[in-house]
Design a protein around this ligand. Structure first.
Ligand SMILES: Cc1cc2nc3c(=O)[nH]c(=O)nc-3n(C[C@H](O)[C@H](O)[C@H](O)COP(=O)(O)O)c2cc1C
Length: 397
């Protein structure tokens, strides 16, 4: 498939395709990183490197999949976990990074770091640069970090702290600095602006949420007994919307989309709203490194079918079609039609119509009262047999 070029340039570094593995268990050692790169990942973010010993000792158990059967069937699931940072001391990462750089020549290695003090942020940035990392990613996003700390989401809740961390790291290294945004700090768009002003070279939008799963029988949180990171494919529309909002700011730094990505369609969606590349972790944990070539094949095929030779040809294309709230059509009139042949009389549309505009007739077929119907679209979306359609009656203006 040589006629499709998947490469992308981010902060002066070429990635051979838009697939980057996010920081997490699939990137916890040189051996795993090399495996990811051999499966085709263009870049890999290491598990977060820290001097905080409490972050290096993992709680057990710490991972739980909500609806695992749905995950295996390719449907929505959630991943709940309290995996902390890298178990390896920062010094160990000097040899881990060295091994990766010696073994793989066409993969970009991004080192994720988290300091407890500004001095530690600086020291870690210098350490990973000396070790041979290509970029450094700042973990101001981890959902487990509670208020008062200088790392993870706690740091991102104060824009002055984020600014100071970025400036400190920028002064300590010549590596491009990637800032991973969080849904839990200041508003991601505001955080993005502050990060770029402070010198961030690349933004990642965005990390996971914090969640809590309780067992009502025991009346306690499940498994490890506390809060955890919470994410999954359902997160894509949320992270996609933030990525689009940030892209619309035209901040002049490359944006990497992340948060819930598990299919080639997800990767394309992030590129279509302006991302240069994507990061993913959970989907690799669920479907293995074998997912990487499948994603690449799906993207290549889509590009060929659409006649695109490079990602730049369609990057950001969807932004122009996103209609702002104030411009949404209020004048267009529709009429709801029900295909009586397809209607099974299940009554879901009758029960759920917010305008009480649908009833079942004597033949148990749905009938619309057009006087009451507001054409909101809910019945069409819910109908299990696709018996309901909306037809435009009158256009704007
Ligand atoms: C088990 C697990 C461990 C993770 N560990 C880290 C970490 O050490 N550092 C970090 O910055 N992000 C970590 N993450 C977050 C991911 O890098 C990623 O930002 C997040 O999960 C959203 O992407 P995804 O939906 O593709 O997983 C972890 C995620 C999971 C699921």
């Amino acid at each position: 498939m040589a006629d499709v070029d998947l490469s992308v340039e981010i902060a002066g570094i070429t990635f051979k395709n838009p697939i980057i593995l996010a920081s997490g268990p699939p990137t916890r050692s040189a051996e795993r990183i090399i495996r990811a790169m051999k499966y085709g990942a263009a870049g890999v973010v290491t598990k977060t490197i820290t001097y905080d010993v409490m972050q290096q000792i993992q709680p057990r158990p710490r991972m739980y999949v909500v609806r695992p059967h749905d995950a295996l069937a390719g449907r929505y699931y959630s991943f709940y976990s309290v995996d902390l940072m890298s178990e390896y001391k920062p010094e160990r990462w000097i040899s881990e990074i060295g091994k990766v750089k010696a073994e793989v020549k066409d993969g970009v290695l991004i080192a994720s770091i988290a300091g407890r003090t500004y001095e530690e942020w600086s020291k870690l940035a210098q350490l990973v640069e000396r070790a041979g990392a290509d970029m450094v990613e700042l973990n101001v996003s981890c959902p487990h970090i509670e208020e008062g700390e200088l790392m993870g989401r706690a740091a991102a809740s104060d824009i002055d702290i984020v600014r100071h961390i970025i400036k400190t790291v920028k002064e300590s290294t010549s590596l491009p600095v990637v800032v991973k945004l969080t849904p839990h700090g200041a508003h991601p768009v505001k955080l993005a602006r502050v990060a770029v002003e402070a010198g961030a070279d690349v933004l990642v939008s965005t990390a996971r949420f914090q969640g809590l799963i309780l067992d009502v029988n025991t009346m306690k949180p499940i498994l490890w007994g506390g809060f955890g990171g919470y994410g999954g494919p359902w997160q894509v529309p949320i992270s996609l919307s933030w990525t689009a909002h940030i892209a619309m700011q035209r901040l002049k730094v490359p944006l990497i989309g992340s948060g819930g990505i598990s299919s080639w369609r997800d990767v394309l969606a992030f590129i279509l709203v302006g991302a240069k590349a994507t990061q993913m972790c959970t989907a690799i944990m669920m479907y293995g490194y074998q997912l990487i070539p499948k994603l690449l094949q799906g993207i290549e095929k889509w590009m060929k079918d659409k006649g695109f030779a490079s990602l730049e040809e369609f990057r950001g294309r969807a932004l122009e079609s996103i209609i702002p709230l104030e411009k949404l059509s209020r004048k267009k009139a529709y009429i709801v039609k029900i295909d009586r042949g397809k209607c099974t009389g299940c009554g879901i549309c009758v029960r759920d119509c917010p305008y009480d505009a649908i009833y079942l007739d004597d033949f148990r077929k749905a009938v619309v009262n057009h006087e009451l119907c507001d054409n909101c679209g809910l019945c069409m979306s819910l109908c299990p047999t696709n018996a309901i359609s909306l037809t435009v009656m009158q256009h704007d203006g």
